[in-house]
Design a protein around this ligand. Structure first.
Ligand SMILES: Cc1cc2nc3c(=O)[nH]c(=O)nc-3n(C[C@H](O)[C@H](O)[C@H](O)COP(=O)(O)OP(=O)(O)OC[C@H]3O[C@@H](n4cnc5c(N)ncnc54)[C@H](O)[C@@H]3O)c2cc1C
Length: 273
């Protein structure tokens, strides 16, 4: 039985600005050139927020001189919609189905693509050990026994369904009609979708998640809190650290703290912008 204890998080998409087009817009509108202050180093994420916020008031070249002040003012006022222009996409592997069930509850501003248990054979899938269970502990032995049993049951069900589901399955209750399996994949899907009933929450899954900064901030606030499940909390912290590196002005107000149990939490200064 293969087991995993940590997620892998890959940042696969990030925002970028076409500065030539921004310059042309400003010239076309007879506005001042892009101030250097908007281009705060490599952090183009914050520049996107500033350009979109300034468009609302056509305030290019006026007001706050530093992008840090500008962003801080938006966060403190809760002007969250301009943070929706900045998107980051992650591929996440080595997480459990229980984690992703919680993750996909986050709706606003999120897009998901997840490995399918109907299409993909789960016979050899690893299991994710919850952070609270230490390898070698009595709890681990209970978990391992249950997971091994589930893996065996899955394989037994797949084998049994291979025999019991006919190659030509009738749609109609009266036995008439045409077979529904038009390709060999349809039949495999029917077998796997039934056999997955015995797969545990600990089964590993892989998911591609894209969200905008407003949505990521809300996710990290909810799932980085002490009362969140440890596995998703650890993921929220991993994502926060990556996003703080990518977009320090947009995620810099989160404080990371270590709890006595060794787990960590994240708390923003500006809640739910
Ligand atoms: C510690 C913890 C325990 C939880 N326990 C449970 C549980 O026992 N059972 C359970 O079912 N869920 C549980 N949840 C999930 C929780 O109820 C939310 O579904 C999840 O956290 C997503 O939050 P959200 O709706 O704010 O996020 P999103 O769906 O991303 O929405 C973000 C914000 O947009 C607004 N919004 C989004 N959709 C709508 C809408 N349709 N109408 C109006 N406003 C909207 C809201 O302001 C919302 O806060 C738990 C969450 C946490 C963090």
């Amino acid at each position: 039985m293969r087991r995993l204890t940590k997620p892998k998080v890959y940042l696969v998409s990030r925002p970028s600005v076409d500065w030539d087009k921004v310059a042309r817009l400003l010239a076309d509108e007879g506005l001042p050139d892009i101030p250097e202050s908007i281009r705060a180093g490599e952090d183009e994420s914050a520049a996107i927020v500033e350009v979109s916020a300034r468009l609302c008031y056509m305030s290019f070249g006026r007001g706050r001189k530093h992008i840090e002040d500008f962003i801080e003012n938006l966060l403190s006022k809760g002007d969250g919609s301009v943070f929706e222009h900045v998107n980051y996409g992650f591929v996440i592997t080595g997480v459990s189905r229980s984690l992703t069930h919680e993750l996909v509850r986050h709706r606003a501003g999120f897009a998901y693509s997840q490995r399918s248990q109907r299409f993909v054979d789960e016979s050899d899938s690893p299991f994710v050990v919850p952070p609270a269970i230490e390898e070698g502990s009595p709890e681990y032995a209970i978990l391992r026994d249950a997971l091994e049993k589930a893996a065996r049951s899955y394989q037994e069900l797949v084998d049994a369904l291979e025999e019991s589901i006919p190659g030509q399955l009738d749609l109609n209750e009266d036995g008439g009609g045409q077979g529904v399996f038009t390709t060999k994949w349809d039949r495999r899907k029917a077998i796997r979708q039934a056999a997955r009933a015995v797969l545990p929450n600990a089964t590993e899954t892989k998911i591609f998640v894209t969200a905008n900064v407003r949505a990521w901030r809300h996710f990290i606030e909810m799932r980085g809190a002490a009362f969140a499940d440890w596995e998703i909390r650890r993921l929220a912290l991993d994502i926060l650290e990556m996003l703080q590196g990518e977009a320090p002005l947009l995620f810099g107000d989160f404080t990371i703290e270590e709890l006595p149990d060794g787990t960590r939490t994240a708390t923003p200064t500006h809640s739910k912008v």
